[in-house]
Design a protein around this ligand. Structure first.
Ligand SMILES: NC(=O)C1=CN([C@@H]2O[C@H](COP(=O)(O)OP(=O)(O)OC[C@H]3O[C@@H](n4cnc5c(N)ncnc54)[C@H](OP(=O)(O)O)[C@@H]3O)[C@@H](O)[C@H]2O)C=CC1
Ligand SMILES: CC(=O)N[C@@H](CCC(=O)OP(=O)(O)O)C(=O)O
Length: 343
């Protein structure tokens, strides 16, 4: 059994980790932290876990996590980078769901996250936890930086095109919509139902934190500079991300449907839909799955890729458990095989 700790067990990705890990045959939840609910039973705060999780929230401290084999951080940015080094020094592996170890350049991190990185020495070692790209590195990693939710949907949509060189790398547009759980569980006026309901809005058009992350991932596989326009939107649903990605094809591209099917053949959590499909976020609700459709509009030289995930699962907690499975030599799908809720 892998002895698992969760820092930030009261948030949306934390409770999603609990939901998945509670049914995982190889994981035992031994510590769950919260600053605001110390001493309270986890299933008192989250009655959906009654009968499945027998734990009480403890203060987030390294001492409380000793005895774990692995600690997940489901915390705001800037938290994991203050504790990960002490855990690694005690041979405790770390999977961070936040952005702390995603960007390789500490100066870029400081620019987008507003404070200097306090553990820059760990950035090189950290493996970006997108299994569809870094599976071999993840297997031997001690520290995983789980991709952000938007970056997961956008990179999976673009990887086959970028790797094979069939698109122009200076004209990529990602128009992406997220449900409100993407913003976490904190109380904020813009996230009230009366603010988000029956309304759709773009935000951070000038620059969003996930832009440098997506760009870094695509440039790593392309081996050269990528120019990307990324516009996130908030949409009145709870879970789900829908990415519409546009790129311009170079001359001589082949059958794009086959390109995607072959690139993701054998990938347990990427599903290339039949030609002409329009993926629906509903079909991936609650599951660790990315569904993708490839389109060629009649006019022009554009390819349009549609990509949907559940931001809390393939965009966060599910992907984190997929990484855990790889790090501990388990079946990659352990604890993650399920079917999306419909309707
Ligand atoms: N929501 C999403 O769809 C996704 C989120 N992420 C990332 O995952 C991380 C968690 O997100 P999410 O679950 O939505 O966030 P929430 O705001 O819902 O939860 C944050 C959790 O962290 C705890 N926490 C807050 N500050 C600290 C601290 N200083 N030290 C220890 N614990 C702390 C909170 O509990 P308490 O205050 O009681 O300690 C709470 O349990 C974030 O970095 C987010 O960017 C990544 C992909 C998708
Ligand atoms: C809908 C919504 O607000 N989404 C969040 C996603 C942030 C997130 O999860 O970002 P990190 O994982 O990089 O911290 C946002 O746009 O800020």
């Amino acid at each position: 059994m892998i002895r698992v700790g969760i820092v930030g067990g009261t948030g949306y990705t934390g409770v999603e980790l609990l939901r998945i890990l509670a049914l995982h045959s190889e994981a035992a939840i031994v510590a769950v932290t919260s600053r605001s609910d110390v001493g309270k039973r986890v299933d008192e705060l989250y009655p959906n876990l009654r009968g499945f999780v027998d734990a009480v929230f403890v203060e987030p401290s390294v001492d409380a996590l000793i005895g774990c084999d692995l600690v997940f951080f489901a915390t705001p940015n800037g938290t994991a980078m203050r504790m990960a080094g002490d855990l690694l020094a005690r041979d405790i592996k770390v999977i961070d769901l936040s952005a702390d170890f995603r960007l390789k350049d500490p100066a870029v991190w400081a620019r987008w996250y507003g404070e200097p990185h306090v553990s820059p020495h760990l950035l090189e070692e950290a493996v970006y936890g997108l299994p569809e790209v870094n599976r071999a590195l993840i297997r031997s990693a001690r520290l995983i930086a789980c991709p952000g939710c938007y970056p997961t949907s956008v990179q999976l949509a673009l990887l086959p095109l970028v790797e094979s060189g069939v698109i122009r790398l200076d004209r990529i547009i990602a128009d992406v919509k997220s449900g409100v759980s993407g913003a976490g569980r904190k109380a904020e006026i813009p996230m009230l139902m009366s603010e988000t309901g029956e309304s759709l809005k773009a935000y951070s058009v000038k620059g969003h934190r996930h832009w440098p992350e997506i760009k870094q991932g695509l440039e790593q596989v392309a081996g050269r500079t990528v120019e990307l326009t990324f516009v996130p939107h908030l949409i009145p649903m709870i879970r789900g991300i829908h990415a519409t990605v546009y790129a311009e094809l170079n001359a001589g591209y082949g059958d794009l449907q086959t390109l995607f099917e072959e690139r993701y053949r054998g990938e347990p959590f990427v599903d290339i839909l039949p030609p002409g499909s329009h993926p629906d976020t509903r079909n991936v609700r609650g599951v660790n799955r990315c569904q993708i459709a490839v389109h060629r509009p009649l006019d022009g030289n554009t390819v349009v890729i549609l990509s949907v995930i559940d931001n809390l699962v393939k965009g966060a907690a599910g992907q984190a458990v997929q990484n855990m499975n790889l790090m501990f030599g388990l079946d990659e799908t352990a604890g993650l095989r399920s079917i999306g809720l419909y309707p």
